[in-house]
Write a protein that binds this ligand. Structure first.
Ligand SMILES: Cc1ncc(COP(=O)(O)O)c(C=O)c1O
Length: 418
């Protein structure tokens, strides 16, 4: 695995930085949101670059490979590639998009443990030489369709402490990892590494600690069998800071503690074998630097089947066109032009479609919103940059994908895509 590339001014570790939750919008986004008269999703490329730099400063000498599923927007990928990022891709189509940035194929890996024969062969044809795996069946197929490739084996984690656990479907036990990498070696592949994913939006340092313990145990077992991986892939899971929980309260992940646990764990692993480190952050790099401009469809007040009175705020944007993660979280909403705090009512916030899943927190948890909202009023939905464009449907109920705009700090739109 290549070492992390040298970049403009190698960043230095900053173990004790003070963080502010992004409640105030950077001027770049405010200007664009204020000017918008129609719905859109807006990315602040300057903010994404700063986020990347700050992660590099926290974890120096870690090779950052953006999990592009979190934001497959060409302008975002280009700006990260220009900064030195590689990519974690999950399919030949994602590999193709990553390579369009001009990044060397050596800086892209196939990070999905689920691959057909055809997809392995296609990735190999595209120049990809490093593949994730978690089964003997998959490793055997890689040996056949990508002969001589490098493989890293994903260990199963519990997903505890994360908003989305990503457990059960992926990863294997330490004993199986030894068997799988042994099989890889016998089949002419390079048993190159181990990986974990602690679950997406991991809210605890303990989640990382458990994964690092698992890696140490497996690395020891592997070196005991004469298999010495050259890298450890720490996966995604780093949290965004601007989300709110189902009740509208700010989520407050202990990011500084997480980084401290990671640095300590990496030192411990380096003492066991001469490994380098890769990380595949997705949401951490983009979530807080994307915002949605939507509008109010209607604020209603009606009695439900339980006889209870409830307000419902229906927005133009919901689960199927940009806010897929409504199941676990809510977003901070700004209603421009409305006094804050003005007169408010508790309302359940939902998207515009005829699907009852299209509501924050399964439609059970009201949050306070201005009482006088009217159809057409703009709403800004903050920290909405992760998984927004990738999870959006083609146009369920006719509500199509949001146009995407990328802006820079000097506040001129780079591009607008319909
Ligand atoms: C293999 C892999 N790596 C990285 C990520 C990115 O995760 P996150 O957005 O939590 O950082 C994912 C997300 O699903 C993933 O499946």
């Amino acid at each position: 695995m290549n070492a992390a590339p040298k970049e403009r001014g190698e960043p230095r570790a900053q173990p004790h930085r003070t963080r502010t939750r992004p409640t105030a919008l950077p001027g770049t986004l405010t200007g664009e949101l204020t000017a918008a008269t129609t719905d859109r999703i807006i990315y602040n490329l300057t903010g994404i670059e700063h986020q990347y730099d700050s992660l590099r400063a926290e974890l120096p000498a870690t090779d950052i490979r953006f999990a592009l599923k979190a934001c497959p927007v060409d302008d975002v990928l280009h700006c990260l590639a220009a900064r030195g990022a590689g990519f974690d891709a999950a399919s030949p189509a994602e590999i193709e998009q990553a390579l369009r940035t001009g990044v060397d194929p050596d800086r892209v890996h196939y990070g999905n443990t689920i691959k057909s024969d055809h997809d392995i062969a296609e990735a190999h044809r595209q120049g990809i030489r490093t593949f994730a795996t978690d089964s003997v069946e998959d490793v055997t197929a890689i040996a056949r369709h990508a002969p001589g490739a490098r493989v890293f084996c994903r260990l199963a984690t519990s997903g505890e402490g994360a908003l989305w656990g990503l457990n059960r479907k992926f990863g294997c036990a330490p004993e199986d990892a030894v068997r799988i990498l042994d099989t890889a070696r016998a089949a002419g592949l390079t048993p190159a590494g181990l990986s974990v994913h602690v679950g997406s939006q991991q809210m605890t340092a303990e989640g990382w600690q458990a994964a690092l313990d698992l890696l140490a145990e497996t690395l020891t077992a592997l070196t005991g069998r004469g298999i010495v991986p050259d890298h450890i892939n720490l996966g995604g899971g780093l949290p965004a800071l601007g989300y709110r929980d189902r009740h509208g309260n700010p989520l407050d992940p202990p990011l500084d503690k997480i980084f401290a646990v990671l640095r300590e764990g990496m030192d411990r692993l380096r003492a066991l074998a001469p490994v380098t480190f890769v990380m595949e952050p997705g949401r951490h790099l983009v979530a807080d630097h994307g915002a949605v401009r939507a509008h109010v469809a209607r604020l209603t007040h009606r009695r439900g089947p339980d006889g209870e009175d409830a307000h419902w705020l229906y927005l133009s944007c919901g689960k199927f066109n940009g806010l897929y993660e409504m199941d676990q979280l809510t977003h901070h909403m700004v209603f421009p032009g409305r006094p804050d705090p003005g007169e408010t009512v508790p309302a359940i916030v939902a998207g515009p479609t005829c699907d009852s899943d299209d509501a924050y927190g399964a439609g059970l948890h009201p949050v306070r919103i201005p009482r006088t909202l009217a159809s057409g009023d703009p709403v800004w939905i903050l920290s909405a940059g992760a998984y927004a464009t990738s999870y959006t449907t083609g146009g369920f109920n006719g509500f199509g994908p949001l146009p995407c705009v990328c802006v820079r700090a000097h506040n001129s739109p780079d591009h607008e895509r319909p």
